[in-house]
Ligand binder design. Structure first.
Ligand code: ADP
Length: 168
């Protein structure tokens, strides 16, 4: 039976940390659905189409090399409801530190109560990338810093362009 894993997040922008988790996911399941949360009030730095295109461009070849199907979509409902919609039975989450763990354990409890068929699988962050957060990447870019070490080159370009557009 083909297994589908759902990897939800903001991906604003896709970082090298996200790519580590995706590589692990490609070794675990047959189909990965990356789900970008849509917020009615928070637009984010990159628009949804750009975030989707970046993930497809960077992670697509990695998935193909592992014979895994990659789907990238946005969603604005509960993760458990979106997981049901796409046929996912595994929820993939990255763990960077104890703060992530505390938050994630709350989510596991709530999600399992709502959807016992959806099992969360934690992937530990790699030592090289565990410090990376998309929030800090956006802050560094906004203040003119070099985000090259933290994100794929195409994501760095997209972020720089978005920051330049924001400037008055
Ligand atoms: P961020 O928290 O950086 O804004 P997201 O909200 O998009 O990123 O996170 C989506 C998922 O990716 C979460 O499970 C998060 O723990 C994981 N993740 C984010 N950054 C990393 C990283 N550097 N290493 C491992 N996992 C990460």
């Amino acid at each position: 039976m083909a297994r589908t894993g759902l990897y939800p997040g903001s991906f604003d922008p896709l970082t090298n940390g996200h790519i580590d988790i995706l590589r692990a996911a490609f070794a675990l399941v047959d189909r990965v659905v990356v789900a970008i949360g849509r917020h009615p009030t928070k637009a984010g730095l990159l628009d949804l189409d750009t975030r989707i295109a970046l993930i497809q461009e960077v992670a697509g070849p990695l998935a193909e090399a592992e014979s895994v199907e990659l789907v990238v979509e946005s969603f604005d409902n509960l993760v458990v409801d979106f997981a049901r919609e796409v046929g996912a039975t595994i929820l993939i989450r990255g763990l960077r530190d104890g703060t992530d763990l505390d938050y994630e354990m709350q989510m596991v409890g709530m999600n399992l109560t709502m959807a016992h068929w959806l099992q969360t699988v934690f992937v530990p962050a790699s030592p090289h990338h565990r410090h990376i957060t998309a929030t800090l990447v956006r802050q560094i870019a906004t203040m003119g810093g070099d985000i090259g070490p933290f994100v794929p080159a195409s994501a760095a370009d997209a972020v720089r362009q978005a920051v330049a557009r924001q400037k008055p």
